[in-house]
Design a protein around this ligand. Sequence first.
Ligand code: NAD
Length: 257
Amino acid sequence: MAMSSIPIPSDTFKLGFIGAGKMAESIARGVVTSGVLPPSRIHTAHLGTHRRDAFQSFGISVFDHNHQVVEECDVIIFSVKPQIVKEVVSELRPKLSAKQLLVSVVAGTKLKDLQEWAGHDRFIRVMPNTPAAVGMAASVLGRTATEEDGELIERLFGAIGKVWRANEKLFDAITGLSGSGPAYMFLAIEALADGGVAAGLPRELAKGLAAQTVLGAASMAVNSGKHPAQLKDDVASPGVQQLLAFMSWRKVDFVAP
Ligand code: NAD
């Protein structure tokens, strides 16, 4: 297997995405918005028009073929669906060189399999989430080929949110919590807003209040140093506890008193 410690040039490296989907777009948007890389140093490929427009709208050039991304880029993020990652990595194998650093954000696909399909040891698993698009990702890095490679990827994902490192055996649990977590929160926001509408609020006001309340609560959970249970008890007066339990995680037919 190819193994190299040739450093990735941190001031000039080009970043490529194989799989121009939602996750790739979120990372690319975050990287561009945070100013870490200009769009001219980011590439992806796709044949359809819809995804092409999404990337081109913030200045990223979109090739027609995956191999063009590999030929152009030093750091390559595989962001295709798990069902096709083996086929996609294996197909690109002849084009990969030891000078390149590979990253996978694919859920449920083990590092050793990725390395085997690519014939390439210099591979890092990362589990990000879509709030990357607004600089608020929660990302976890697995084992890194070299410390230098780890630091580069940590800086890249650090520019679009917070980064942790964890053993790969924890990745399925991480995928369930933070990788998929934004979906639970969107559901909670929708449920809160629906509850507000059911209680008589205009839809726009209810949506705004619900989203801002979740944002504010999350910010307190991150910044206050208090346990979430303590923060919840600080809000809840006697009698309100039942309401919280009643509404928790469900769309409820809220009847205004
Ligand atoms: P997606 O369906 O939006 O993106 C996948 C993209 O790959 C699509 O645009 C598709 O057209 C493209 N594609 C299909 N076949 C291809 C091929 N042969 N070559 C190149 N591109 C091809 O999915 P997504 O939500 O962006 O997820 C992508 C990966 O990111 C998945 O493996 C998922 O596990 C991981 N991930 C997603 C999230 C998330 O919140 N969406 C979070 C963490 C990790």
